[in-house]
Ligand binder design. Structure first.
Ligand code: HEC
Ligand code: HEC
Ligand code: HEC
Length: 400
């Protein structure tokens, strides 16, 4: 490979990371980019295609024009409409030059012969031509247009966030057609049991009280002491995508996010401004173990890492066992992420650390998990945030 094409491939790899292609197109780490990831939609399950250069089962026979058409128009090689679970609504904003760099990178991957399972979509959603109507209302084809009134840094952030990084796919609420609601951008949405929080610059509802440095650190490492940790789908975003972005690009993202319209969303106090140390352990000494007492269960299952006061262990050190006081998951008015964290644990691999909290789904029953979650929000978070045993049972069936 000559120096020019080596550069192109390297740029393509960086952009593929910014677009987090691997998250949706890798079901099995031993088959990178060969697809097969089940994507749950309200209409059934889709399986992502193989995008390795394998000529039979991948995209080896695709021309650059085919690839551009898929990324920018959401049209497959046979001319069929692709489902918007593939974020072409955002990728359409990416320049031709960048799309072709990604293609050049994908061309260098190992060819993997693998055919993902067939989609399980019910009629009429298995009718691809219907996407024509979805596109009519929810898709605006076109490349990103820089705003000359804004700084180059802002424009770089907007290009990444609105395009490859597709932050809105999770963080923007959806309309009845499952399109993104342009009036409430970045104000938060629930997907597969996880709430992707409000990340508008609103001081109470969003992340308006975070500094730019904190946003950068969160995206680079997944942890900001006294504010938030990244679990679930956001842990994957950090591990597969944002940790690889340059500090300049992360700062541009922070600058852009700060400029979007703030949305309070009914929240009056920031998620990361709740809680005080607990001293329940004193009252528990010598008391009978009941099995569903939140305080007892917390001390037995969580205190070894988070301390019975909830203040964490070594929590001021980066990536240590975090304090549950001033933590956005614990202080959220919606306790579902907390229940998800207890059920499925935390797993985030970054250049800095392999962060692991064990999953308690197999150890604890739904009523025990509800009791712990309600104890945790009551002591260390927003006491109005509660989960029922039923909620936990539903969340248990979700993917981690
Ligand atoms: C949020 C999940 C998601 C992400 C992220 C994602 N894809 Fe996909 N992609 C899909 C799904 C789902 C499909 C299948 C859509 C369909 O069947 O209509 C798809 C289809 C495709 C196709 C069409 C393949 C074919 O055989 O028809 C290409 C090409 C593609 N993706 C490339 C990429 C690239 C390049 C990236 C990163 C820049 C990327 N995808 C990121 C979910 C994703
Ligand atoms: C696949 C879905 C998904 C995508 C894509 C995504 N996020 Fe998130 N994000 C989440 C979820 C879920 C959480 C909550 C994490 C938790 O509970 O620990 C979150 C949390 C956050 C937080 C912390 C908010 C808080 O108060 O704790 C920030 C900041 C954030 N995301 C920024 C971004 C940015 C910037 C992007 C685009 C580069 C992005 N996210 C893309 C799902 C996503
Ligand atoms: C073996 C140690 C360990 C145990 C036991 C443990 N945790 Fe954790 N916990 C962690 C680690 C590690 C993290 C992730 C830190 C990071 O993201 O950098 C974490 C994160 C969290 C978070 C923050 C998640 C987020 O996305 O912001 C909550 C809430 C939490 N734990 C609650 C609990 C509860 C409740 C229990 C008991 C059922 C528990 N933990 C037991 C180690 C532990």
């Amino acid at each position: 490979m000559d120096a020019d094409s080596a550069d192109l491939v390297k740029r393509g790899e960086y952009l593929a990371r910014a677009g987090d292609c691997i998250a949706c197109h890798t079901a099995d780490k031993s088959r990178p980019y060969a697809g097969g990831v089940p994507i749950g939609t309200p209409f059934g399950t889709l399986y992502t295609p193989n995008i390795t250069p394998d000529p039979e089962t991948g995209i080896g026979r695709w021309t650059d024009a085919d690839f551009l058409r898929a990324m920018q128009q959401g049209i497959g090689k046979g001319g069929q409409h692709l489902y918007p679970a593939f974020p072409y609504a955002e990728y359409t904003r990416v320049t031709e030059r960048d799309v072709l760099a990604i293609r050049a990178y994908l061309n260098t991957l190992t060819q993997i012969r693998y055919t993902p399972p067939r989609n399980e979509l019910s009629f009429p959603f298995n009718q691809r031509w219907l996407m024509f109507f979805w596109n009519l209302f929810n898709f605006h084809e076109g490349r990103f247009v820089p705003d000359p009134k804004q700084s180059p840094q802002w424009n770089r952030g907007a290009y990444l966030v609105e395009g490859l990084a597709h932050c809105e796919e999770c963080h923007t609420p959806r309309n009845v057609m499952q399109g993104l609601k342009s009036s409430d951008r970045f104000s938060g949405e629930v997907q597969a049991g996880w709430r992707a929080f409000n990340i508008t610059p609103d001081k109470a509802g969003g992340i308006g009280n975070w500094s730019d440095d904190e946003i950068v650190r969160y995206l680079a490492t997944g942890a900001v002491a006294g504010r938030a940790n990244a679990a679930g789908p956001m842990a994957e975003v950090v591990a597969d995508s944002t940790q690889y972005l340059t500090p300049d690009d992360l700062r541009s993202i922070a600058v852009y996010l700060r400029s979007v319209p703030p949305v309070a969303g009914g929240q009056t106090r920031p998620r990361d401004q709740w809680g005080r140390p607990a001293d329940d352990v004193k009252g528990l000494r010598g008391s009978r173990i009941t099995g569903v007492d939140g305080a007892q269960l917390f001390v037995a299952n969580c205190a070894s890492c988070h301390s019975w006061t909830g203040q964490g262990i070594g929590a001021s050190a980066p990536l240590a066992y975090p304090s549950l006081i001033h933590n956005s998951v614990v202080g959220s008015p919606d306790a579902s992420n907390l229940a998800m964290v207890i059920l499925h644990g935390v797993n985030r691999q970054t250049k800095e650390a392999d962060v692991m909290m064990p999953a308690f789904g197999d150890e604890l029953t739904d009523d025990q998990i509800a009791a712990i979650a309600n104890y945790v929000t009551n002591r260390f978070g927003d006491p109005k945030a509660t989960v029922t045993v039923d909620d936990v049972a539903k969340l248990r069936r979700r993917q981690p």
